[in-house]
Design a protein around this ligand. Structure first.
Ligand code: AHR
Length: 699
């Protein structure tokens, strides 16, 4: 089951190799074997294509779950290049650790301390630089401090966690974050003050500081910087370095204080601070909703480290940042409550806000004491939806978004159903939110798929992480779920552990089967999202993930590409379809959808077995002819294959056109361990552009 010994791609390579040797007989024989294989395993999918018998699929069915995990946001989608920009990561007490900042210069020329003299009330720590040398007595490049972004410290050691999903980064001195590219512009903003005149260079350099990629000077008289002063500079890079650092250096003796040092690329998605390449990967999934900001991130191991939305809004300089203790890293909270709503709006996805309900991994607030948490949630909703004169709506408006955001879904907690106080706390939230915002749909953490909930809810949250065969079989999980009561929100699903490693084809195929089942059960399953979405390979806290990246590169795992097969599903029509034959390793579905003014029938089929299968698709109920068929296949030579930075496209959907597209009875081969879709155009007669098919045809 687990090891796919050959595939057509492999056989083609064998053929090419054999051709070089003057023979292709091995390939020929294999084609014959495979054709016989497929003939032995033939199944039929009967599709009733009349929309009259079909059922609408919810507009919201497929979306994404964005959690601040694996540096998905800080050091990921949020394009800020400086880590610990306000020097708060070491805590509010002094002296404090300034990591990952480092000092340039030795003890005879500079020393650096933290003090509590910042002009920002909620983050009092600032950095004081005492420059002891002057002019030519200083090293030629000056003395000062540098920030490597999110990595660069050799001494960082990951905590060992017990869950098999928790992963550990390999940390070494070469991993730097700042990705500086030639010709690109970067906006640096910082706060400073000094007792004397200043002459400070702000530079992007190579990781060893020897090569300058961009540099500007801040020169000012003492009288101009005796109080905290904001300085903004535009740096244009004259070289590319994926491992750059930001330096603040001088050769002028004296005391200089720095605080809130930020460096952002000018070019971010819609100018809203999101890293373009990562955002595009998200948008390509056509997500209809976005659940945020977690996950366990919302809960915290301890409540004091949970995500608290109020600490993440307002001017970026005034945000204290916080240590997310579940995923074990600091975030400056540049990606805050406002930015999540902005993100949802920018990608056209409905926001689903997960609120902390007074429960962390290790604590639970008594229901009698939970009202402050309820109040905080109500105010967070007002921040999103209140008019610009309301208390919290005015904060949003001041941040540049006077129009309310369209918040219609709130999830009360994350995976907290088994806590003793969950139901009591949940009801306080439910009643208060429904009272103030009757149209908001509330999502409970308790699973209503096998028995009715004992409390009111619009949706119940369902999470599943399991092995591939198990998830594949769970395509029928919701067949018998109650059709009365709350709808299901499968907000986290993935194949994990040994079946997945860091993102195998096998995992993706298990998920494909499960998703086909969700699509068929979308009268009760109204929303579904994979988890986690992102991982920065410099600090993997959870594997597998859908989108893998570092400072400069990224790729989708097969699980990411499986989601591409469902981009037309939300809002489409589910057609009646029945599979006949030996179907134990097969799942299939049929939908009809419209795009760019054309009508399509889409057949999707996953072959979870190690033998080719001949799939005959018999379409009835059509009043037009089919005029073109696009085939898309996801497979690989070995079922445990994974994409990687060195081979990012090894397992990506391959498109081709089918012969005889006009026939209503279509027979296709599903390769072993593969996911295929067939888009049958009901209209455009010009679509028939035959290209050589990667797989043998069964006539
Ligand atoms: O997706 C990773 C984690 O898995 C989420 O934070 C949590 O909800 C689940 O346990």
């Amino acid at each position: 089951m687990m090891g796919m010994e050959y595939s057509w791609k492999f056989l083609k390579s064998v053929c090419i190799f054999s051709l070089l040797l003057g023979s292709c007989s091995a390939y020929d024989q294999s084609l014959v074997d495979a054709r016989e294989d497929a003939e032995k395993h033939s199944v039929t999918l009967h599709v009733d294509a009349s929309n009259a018998t079909g059922r609408p699929i919810p507009e919201t069915l497929f979306g994404i779950f964005f959690e601040e995990i694996n540096h998905a946001g800080a050091g990921g989608l949020w394009a800020e290049l400086v880590s610990n920009r306000g020097f708060e990561a070491g805590g509010q007490n002094i002296p404090s650790n300034i990591w990952p900042w480092s000092v340039i210069g030795d003890e005879s020329s500079i020393y650096v301390v933290t003090d509590r003299s910042s002009c920002f009330e909620r983050n009092k720590i600032s950095l004081r630089m005492e420059v002891l040398c002057h002019s030519n007595a200083c090293p030629s490049q000056g003395v000062g401090v540098y920030n490597p972004g999110y990595w660069g410290m050799v001494a960082f050691i990951s905590h060992i966690l017990s869950n098999a999903n928790y992963a550990f980064s390999s940390i070494n001195g070469e991993m730097r974050f700042q990705n500086i590219e030639s010709g690109k512009k970067y906006k640096v903003a910082l706060y400073m003050r000094s007792t004397g005149d200043i002459d400070v260079s702000v530079s992007f350099t190579s990781s060893d500081g020897l090569l300058t990629l961009a540099s500007e000077k801040i020169i000012a008289l003492a009288s101009d910087v005796s109080n905290w002063t904001k300085k903004e500079l535009l740096l244009e890079a004259n070289g590319t370095d994926h491992g750059a650092r930001l330096q603040l250096t001088t050769t002028k003796k004296g005391s200089v204080w720095f605080d809130q040092v930020s460096a952002m690329p000018v070019d971010t998605y819609k100018g809203h601070g999101f890293r373009n390449d990562l955002l595009k990967m998200m948008v390509d999934l056509k997500p209809r909703f976005i659940r945020f900001p977690g996950g366990c991130f919302v809960e915290g191991v301890w409540l004091r480290n949970a995500f608290r939305w109020k600490e993440t809004v307002g001017a970026w300089e005034e945000r204290p940042g916080h240590f997310g203790d579940v995923w074990d890293y600091w975030t400056d909270d540049g990606l805050g409550h406002f930015e999540f709503f902005q993100l949802a709006e920018d990608i056209g996805a409905a926001p689903i806000w997960v609120v902390n309900n007074g429960i962390s991994h290790n604590e639970q607030v008594e229901t009698a004491s939970v009202m402050p948490f309820v109040q905080e949630a109500l105010e967070g909703i007002e921040f999103a939806r209140g008019d610009s004169n309301s208390t919290w709506g005015s904060v949003r408006a001041a941040m540049g978004h006077p129009e309310p955001f369209e918040l219609k879904y709130v999830a009360v907690g994350n995976e907290d159903c088994n806590f003793k106080n969950y139901r009591g706390n949940y009801l306080k939230f439910y009643n208060a939110i429904k009272n103030a915002y009757p149209d908001i749909k509330i999502i409970s953490n308790c699973d209503g798929s096998s028995q009715p909930l004992d409390h009111p809810a619009d949706y119940y949250d369902y999470h599943i992480y399991t092995l591939a065969m198990d998830l594949f079989s769970m395509s029928h999980k919701f067949d018998n779920a109650s059709r009365n009561g709350p709808k299901a929100f499968v907000s986290e699903y993935a194949v994990n552990k040994t079946d997945a490693n860091s993102g195998s084809l096998l995992a993706a195929l298990g998920e494909a089967g499960f998703l086909l089942g969700l699509e068929k059960n979308s009268d009760i399953v109204r929303m579904a999202s994979y988890a986690p979405l992102f991982v920065n390979t410099n600090n993997r806290r959870w594997i597998p993930d859908a989108i893998v990246f570092n400072a400069s590169h990224l790729y989708g795992t097969p699980s990411y590409w499986v989601q591409h097969f469902f981009t037309e599903s939300s809002g489409a029509t589910l057609l009646n379809s029945t599979l006949n034959g030996i179907t134990s390793h097969l799942e299939a579905s049929a939908i009809s959808f419209q795009t760019n003014g054309s009508d399509y029938i889409q057949i999707k089929a996953v072959n979870f077995g190690n033998k080719s299968v001949s799939l005959k698709v018999s379409v009835t109920g059509l009043d037009t002819k089919l005029s073109g068929s696009k085939k898309t296949v996801l497979t690989s030579a070995s079922v445990m294959d994974e994409n990687s930075f060195s081979n990012p496209d090894m397992i990506v959907p391959q498109e081709s056109w089918l012969e005889k597209p006009e026939e209503l009875d279509l027979t296709v081969v599903l390769p072993p361990y593969s996911f295929s879709s067939f888009d049958l155009s009901k209209e455009s007669a010009n679509m028939k552009t035959l290209i050589s098919d990667s797989y043998p045809k069964i006539d």
